[in-house]
Write a protein that binds this ligand. Structure first.
Ligand SMILES: CC/C=C/CC(=O)SCCNC(=O)CCNC(=O)[C@H](O)C(C)(C)COP(=O)(O)OP(=O)(O)OC[C@H]1O[C@@H](n2cnc3c(N)ncnc32)[C@H](O)[C@@H]1OP(=O)(O)O
Length: 279
């Protein structure tokens, strides 16, 4: 496997045709900083380039899949006032636009089958990445996806302006996004977003990951795996143009909000527990 630097919040390994990426920072509910999202993108690129890999599996740990962008990381970006940025626009192009557009693009164009082992809730950009996966299995019915853009002074990101209407329907998406409500288990099963619920207790993420991987190994037995990649390429071709277009539109729209400063005020309130999401 080509060399890649280590990241203490994200591990990876290869088992047969599976490239397994695991979020391993359960103490802060697997929140990710900008550099972590970039690392995740780099791992996907590594999986993409490896001709022995056919499936990229996203696993997590603890009670949350991921609570999204780390508010401590956002505060750090705000303090990043060094002479290197000529303006607020320049600062947020670097700290938000470039990172966000990169990780979203890597997920959109990924050629291997993306499988998400959804052990618990996912929020924000992480939930956007879950919605870019091809197959999602849930650990139990406590899972949800929350896109709290309206509560944080942001707009859709990570391709959600297209992935959510496609996967859950336009009106459900409007209602959940406008009023900052989670896409709960019922919505996810009715829409076919979740392929199987493993019905395991929330305290048992490692067992869920192991059971799911065992099942996947059984499922791929005897298959001609290049066919899977060929089909993914064709299925993806239905919407790839729209995803690319929306990725660019979303970050450019969001940039105004970051420059204006509302997301920072709200992230800081979240960090000091003055602001909460309604769940
Ligand atoms: C690049 C810019 C892109 C932005 C897009 C986004 O991703 S927006 C989404 C940002 N994330 C959030 O808004 C979620 C923030 N977290 C919460 O609202 C709550 O933590 C929760 C997820 C609803 C869970 O609440 P609960 O009461 O069950 O747990 P705690 O709040 O006590 O959390 C446990 C510890 O985890 C830390 N933590 C949770 N989320 C984050 C986060 N996003 N960033 C950093 N740290 C996080 C939390 O602070 C607790 O740590 P302690 O040290 O125990 O205080």
């Amino acid at each position: 496997m080509p060399e890649i630097r280590q990241n203490e919040k994200i591990s990876h390994r290869i088992e047969g045709p599976f490239f397994i990426i695991q979020l391993i920072n359960p103490d802060n509910l697997n929140a990710l900083e900008g550099e972590d999202y970039i690392y995740l993108g780099e791992l996907l690129e590594l999986a993409d380039k490896n001709s022995d890999v056919y499936f990229t599996i996203l696993q997590s740990s603890g009670r949350f899949f991921s609570s999204g962008a780390d508010f401590k990381g956002i505060a750090k970006a705000q303090e990043d006032n060094g002479a290197k940025y000529a303006s607020e626009t320049s600062k947020w192009l670097s700290n938000f636009v470039a990172r966000n557009v990169y990780v979203t693009d890597v997920f959109i164009k990924h050629s291997k089958v993306l499988v998400c082992c959804l052990n618990g809730p996912a929020i924000g950009l992480s939930a956007a990445l879950v919605a870019l996966c091809d197959i999602v299995y849930s650990m139990n019915d406590k899972v949800y996806l929350l896109y709290p853009f309206a509560n944080l002074g942001l707009v859709t990101e990570g391709g959600t302006a297209i992935s959510l209407p496609l996967k859950f329907g336009a009106n459900t998406t409007y209602e959940r996004l406008m009023f900052n409500k989670p896409f709960n288990y019922d919505i996810m099963t009715k829409s076919g977003f979740i392929s199987k619920n493993f019905n395991m207790p929330s305290s048992n993420t490692e067992a869920f990951n192991a059971e799911l991987l065992k099942e996947l190994k059984g499922k791929v037995e005897g298959l001609y795996l290049p066919s899977c990649l060929g089909m993914k390429k064709l299925l993806k071709s239905n919407h790839i143009g729209s995803f690319n277009e929306i990725n660019s539109m979303e970050v450019n729209e969001s940039l105004k909000y970051w420059v204006d400063g509302e997301p920072l005020r709200r992230f800081s309130q979240l960090g000091s527990k003055q602001r909460k999401h309604r769940l």
